[in-house]
Design a protein around this ligand. Structure first.
Ligand SMILES: Nc1ncnc2c1ncn2[C@@H]1O[C@H](COP(=O)(O)OP(=O)(O)OP(=O)(O)O)[C@@H](O)[C@H]1O
Ligand SMILES: [Mg+2]
Length: 311
């Protein structure tokens, strides 16, 4: 796979540096309330993502993982989302909270690729599989004609689509869910981005397909050294893909950071690291229950669990 950019400046300056990021959404005011209240979806989060690092975000539903990642990409419209003063998001040294929308679109289009839970979000249903890829190659790598088609076939082979040359004229609906997710991965890598962002990329797939596609994606991440921001509910997935894992606690807060590689160096097994992550998630759940912020709970549930646990 010689055509993919291999990033070699591992441990160089941070590609993404987030400092004190706070993002809030106004809650509609009650009739008798004068003051505005807010949901703090992201509440003072800071982290660095070095070139070739992979960072995983795990946490309960509603704790702010997607809002945080989409804020980095400038994809949360304001209003309703408000970034609070003092927040900073630097991409390759450039302050994204200050750049013009056109520059932000340029960075997003050329340097960041996204893979979402539902592959049809990133694929266009009226374009052939081949065209989805050649379009990206023409736009970003200035390749056209036969060269673009050759590379599109290479990309499909790279993500494990059998008989890629024959399937290139199919439309997305002629592919299975797993194959469609493979195409969106191929498209993500086609533009040779600097940052790969994947949000629940395998949740829509059955267990076996998810495991296969994940293994192939992990191979590509390792081979290309692409910097990765990876969001998941799955503990094994997080530990497999991410070198460092941030565990989100009560909405918008990181309560624990686990450095998988350091733990491995210290002799911990993968299974032991998974237990550390699960313990972190359990602590986060208890904090959310104590605050009554767990999304899926009724007030009665909260009372019952508090009583049971003595919290
Ligand atoms: N456009 C919006 N307007 C108002 N509130 C929002 C908006 N988008 C997100 N939120 C709120 O921000 C909080 C964080 O949501 P987010 O989507 O980041 O959660 P998540 O951790 O990604 O959850 P999941 O695991 O279910 O995807 C939630 O309380 C959500 O209701
Ligand atoms: Mg989400």
């Amino acid at each position: 796979m010689t055509f993919l950019t291999t990033q070699t400046e591992a441990n160089g300056p941070a590609l993404v540096r987030v400092q004190e990021l706070t993002k809030r959404f106004p809650v509609s005011k009650g009739f008798f309330t004068r003051s505005q209240s807010y949901i703090h979806a992201v509440d003072g989060i800071s982290f660095d993502l070095g070139v070739s690092d992979s960072l995983g975000l795990v946490g309960e539903s509603g704790c702010g993982k997607t809002v945080m990642a989409l804020s980095i990409l400038g994809l949360i419209p304001s209003p309703p989302g408000e970034i609070v003063a003092g927040s900073s998001i630097r991409f390759n040294g450039e302050e994204l909270l200050e750049v013009k929308p056109a520059r932000l679109r340029e960075i997003r289009g050329n340097e960041i690729s996204m893979i979402f839970q539902e592959p049809m979000t990133s694929l266009n249903p009226v374009l052939t599989i081949g065209r989805q890829l050649t379009e990206a190659l023409e736009l970003h790598l200035k390749l056209d004609g036969a060269a673009a088609v050759r590379r599109a076939i290479g990309l499909l082979e790279m993500v494990g689509i059998p008989e890629a040359a024959a399937r290139i004229n199919d439309y997305p609906h002629q592919f299975s869910g797993g194959m469609r997710q493979r195409v969106s991965i191929a498209r993500a890598f086609a533009i040779e981005p600097r940052l790969l962002y994947a949000d629940e990329a395998f949740t829509a797939l059955d267990e076996l397909t998810a495991a296969r596609v994940r293994k192939d994606l992990l191979g590509l991440i390792r081979e290309t050294g692409i910097t990765t921001l990876f969001i998941t509910h799955s503990v094994p997935e997080a530990v497999d893909i991410a070198q460092r894992i941030l565990i989100f606690g009560r909405p918008g807060r990181v309560i624990r950071e686990i450095d998988r590689d350091k733990e491995l160096e210290n002799g911990k097994s993968i299974a032991a690291i998974e237990i550390m992550v699960r313990d972190g998630l359990q602590t986060a759940r208890e904090a959310m229950i104590a605050e009554g912020t767990a999304e899926d709970m009724t007030a009665e549930d909260v009372q019952k669990i508090k009583a049971e646990r003595g919290i």
